[in-house]
Design a protein around this ligand. Structure first.
Ligand code: ADP
Ligand code: MG
Ligand code: MG
Length: 252
């Protein structure tokens, strides 16, 4: 589904990704862990097509297409979803209105008919039920005054509505208390399916207690320096990132 080959990228004139390769198949959940500044968010931002990142070498193929050649909205239409580490607040814009606009923009880009408000509400109710959520966040401004946990729940709800093939969650666990963390993880687990893949970017292991990854990668200094199963996350938690440095050499 997603094939990243030898990706090199630069931000603000500085080389950040230095030969990153990654292969993600449908249905898989990949965790990407790594120290601060390793380039984890840079990777997510490049996949989503955010501005300011210069790819200097390598390729990214998604469903056989050159992902890097697509505009951000084309990527979303192709089924790539990125949940941001710091969600934007749009005070005064009703969340339901925003979600419907996002969904209809995606449908339009796919050449599908837009949903009218009745059809949209039906879909909203269906997804609320899947995630065991109440509709209280829908009637407020987009992320306006949302707690950390509410913002993340809202992101997972967006994800459910947009039904991406590949969802990238960047530090969805940051700043969450344990109840909010569990509720986010429950949401992700409810949305796992054989044709949907997740890339879960996290600095800490604890989210992976609740979202069991198939594959765990360690990203350090712009490259994947180690890949393993869920046990790799536990080893990292026990030994810290210094342990990886010792095992992979001083350049990390
Ligand atoms: P991580 O998510 O692993 O903590 P990032 O991808 O956010 O790491 O950042 C990797 C490196 O790139 C850091 O050294 C960071 O300071 C730098 N960086 C990221 N974005 C920018 C930017 N917009 N301008 C300048 N430097 C940046
Ligand atoms: Mg960081
Ligand atoms: Mg980051």
């Amino acid at each position: 589904m997603l094939k990243i080959d030898n990706l090199h990228a630069r931000v603000a004139g500085k080389d950040i990704l230095k030969g990153l390769s990654l292969d993600v198949k449908p249905g898989e959940v990949h965790a990407i862990m790594g120290p601060n500044g390793a380039g984890k968010s840079t990777l997510g931002n490049i996949l989503a097509g955010r501005e300011g990142y210069e790819v200097t070498a390598g390729s990214v193929t998604f469903d056989g297409r050159d992902l890097l050649a697509l505009a951000p909205e084309e990527r979303a239409a192709a089924g790539v979803f990125l949940a941001f580490q710091y969600p934007v607040e749009i005070p005064g814009v009703n969340n339901t209105y925003f979600l419907r606009a996002a969904l209809n923009a995606q449908r339009k880009a796919r050449g599908e008919p837009e949903l009218d408000s009745m059809q949209f509400l039906k879909k909203v109710r269906e997804k609320l039920a899947v995630l065991h959520l109440k509709d209280e966040l829908l009637h407020r401004g987009v992320n306006e005054g949302f707690s950390g946990g509410e913002k993340k729940r809202n992101e997972i709800f967006q994800l459910a509505l947009l039904e991406p093939k590949l969802a990238i969650l960047d530090e969805t666990d940051s700043g969450l208390d344990i109840d909010a963390l569990k509720s986010v993880a429950d949401g992700v687990n409810a949305l796992r399916s054989p044709d949907r893949a997740f890339i879960v970017i996290t600095h800490y292991q604890r989210l992976l207690d609740y979202i069991k990854p198939d594959v765990v990668h360690v990203l350090a200094d712009g490259r994947i320096v180690q890949t393993g199963g869920p046990e790799l996350a536990l080893e990292l938690e026990a030994h810290g990132y210094d342990w990886i440095r010792q095992r992979t050499g001083p350049e990390v």
